[in-house]
Every structure is written in C-alpha cells, then in structure tokens.
Design a protein around this ligand. Sequence first.
Ligand code: SF4
Length: 235
Amino acid sequence: MTTVRERTGDELKSLAEQAGRDLEDAPALEIVRWAADTFGDRFCVTSSMEDAVVAHLASRARPGVDVVFLDTGYHFPETIGTRDAVAAVMDVNVITLMPRLTVAEQDAEFGPRLHDRDPDRCCAMRKVEPLREGLAGYDAWATGLRRDESATRAGTPVVGWDARRGKVKVSPIARWTQADVDAYVAEHGVLTNPLLTDGYASVGCAPCTRRVLAGEDARAGRWAGRAKTECGLHG
Ligand code: SF4
C-alpha cells in the first residue's frame, strides 16, 4: 500500500478543483485511479451497499482499498447481507461505522421512531456524525453519486471540494446513467442489493425507504411524502 503524506486543506482544495476540471470527461476508472494514486491509504470509498460498483472500480485501481459502510441500525437485512458478501468476495477492506447510540438507546433517550418525528436529527446522529468521525483519517472519499438520480444531484462534480469536511470528494460515476451502471454490473458481475430487483431504485434505512412508482426518479422512495431528499451526507 502506498503511503502518502498529509496535505494541508489549501493543498487538498486546489488539487480537488484542478482535478474536477481535468477529469470531467475522463472514464470512471481513470478518475478513481487518480484518487487512489494521489491519496494512497488516505483515500476510501463510502458505500450504502445499494451496489458495489464504485467499490469494484476502486478495487481495480487499488486492491484492498478501504470501503466504509455506515450501519445505522435501521438497514434492511438485504443491505447487511450485501455488505457481508462484498467483504467476503471482493478485494476490499470493508469498515463498518456505528452510531454512538444503538437504536434502543436512541429510543430511550429521544423517544421511539425519531425518524418519523425528526428525521434530520436521526440522520445527524446515525449517519452524519459517524461518517465525520470515520473519515477523519482520510483526505479523499469516493461516493456513488450520479447526476441523473435527482435534481439535487444534477451538479455533482466528478472531483470536488467538500468544504464542510475539508476533504476531496470523488464521484467517479457522476456522469453515468442507470443504463451505464447496469452495463457495468453485467460486464463485471458486480454484487448488487437484492432490493434493486424488488421495486426499490434507491436503498436506504428501512423506515425511510419505499419502492418507487413508474415515472418517479430513483430517489423518490427516500423519505417519501416529506420535504427531505438527502440525509445530510451530501448536502
Ligand atoms: Fe434515521 Fe431514516 Fe435517516 Fe436512517 S434515513 S438515519 S432511519 S432518519
């Protein structure tokens, strides 16, 4: 594994902005290879275990790459099963992050079903905060964000500056469509969450995810009926 020196925030920001321009038209593998080569063991992939496409791309660029998964305690069993399968068969190092409170402890402290009453607070405790702590040792993280998923993601850069966390954020498949994802999965036999073939187009926590209807965008099943569209990880 390559060891890369720690860079200052200004250096990282400048690297991110330059790479965002230089790599806008580059293939996904080239984008992720740039990140792996530039940041070495200070680069990781985050995965919701909806599929393992970005983890697969990153493992081609950097075998044994860290793949960070947030176990909110509210996942579908299929999602935990996908995480376990990825850890078992892929050349990646799956790291599971846990919130400070278990679901039972959160229920005792804040009352049951906080996700129904205050989903922003629930996401803050179960996703945003654990990820902030979990990314502390990295300078760059890769996501599976795509521009075609929703209006809020339409401007996603392939490499950008995550000012809130002071890190480089890499979205190698930002320009891909669902058809591109499907083709990559078929070509490489990539693991996917079984819920994707059961009417779910985007898979999150069980209480906040429903199947999508014909004509809806991929993320319409997340926090359906609420103004909320993002969990705060990408806001
Ligand atoms: Fe809580 Fe729902 Fe956010 Fe999961 S998606 S952390 S259950 S509010």
